[in-house]
Design a protein around this ligand. Structure first.
Ligand SMILES: [Mg+2]
Length: 182
């Protein structure tokens, strides 16, 4: 029943090609909120070497991986953590190894003023496929640029970096997915 070679440019997407979900770490998974207290009170001898290296990792929600997986998207790391997202973050949130977007050297292809440096590489990575981008640094310029240059459906979902991904965020993602890839 799947239509090989066709991409879901229209309203519906085949189940074989679930939308991509580009996932940022700092902000969405590691909130920068005012809860510095609990990040510093955990006894150091119970943490792994990775956690000792970065106390912010204690802000990771160990259940967030399951909620992300339940969305049914093809999850892709889109973060300055690059490979360390798989090595350090994934095991702490219950995610398997995921593909990682590699970033071009800065200044290689500057976009218009105000465009996030991730936006062009993500659109190129998506290559017309439907995608969600979850990040705390999405702006109106990114939305305009994606709408103009990306032929498939897209959802640029801004997350409040002081709170990280909340139930309301997951509801918004699920609602978009129901409409685009039922
Ligand atoms: Mg971020």
């Amino acid at each position: 029943m799947s239509r090989r070679g066709e991409r879901g440019y229209g309203a519906a997407v085949t189940s074989a090609e679930r939308p991509l979900l580009f996932l940022d770490v700092d902000g969405p998974l590691i909130p920068f909120g005012s809860s510095s207290a609990h990040a510093e009170t955990a006894p150091a001898d119970t943490s792994t070497s990775a956690e000792r290296g970065n106390p912010l990792l204690q802000r990771l929600d160990p259940g967030v991986g399951a909620r992300l997986t339940a969305l049914g998207c093809r999850l892709v790391w889109a973060t300055t953590w690059v490979e360390e997202a798989n090595e350090v973050v994934a095991p702490l949130v219950g995610l398997p190894d995921l593909p990682v977007v590699q970033w071009p050297d800065s200044g290689v292809e500057e976009g218009p003023r105000g465009l996030h440096w991730k936006t062009r590489p993500l659109v190129e990575w998506a290559d017309g496929r439907p995608f969600i981008w979850v990040d705390d640094e999405i702006s109106a310029m990114d939305r305009q640029w994606v709408a103009a240059g990306h032929p498939g459906p897209s959802l640029l979902h801004h997350v409040d970096p002081s709170k990280g991904l909340l139930a309301a965020d997951f509801s918004a993602l699920a609602e978009w997915l129901r409409a685009v890839a039922p």
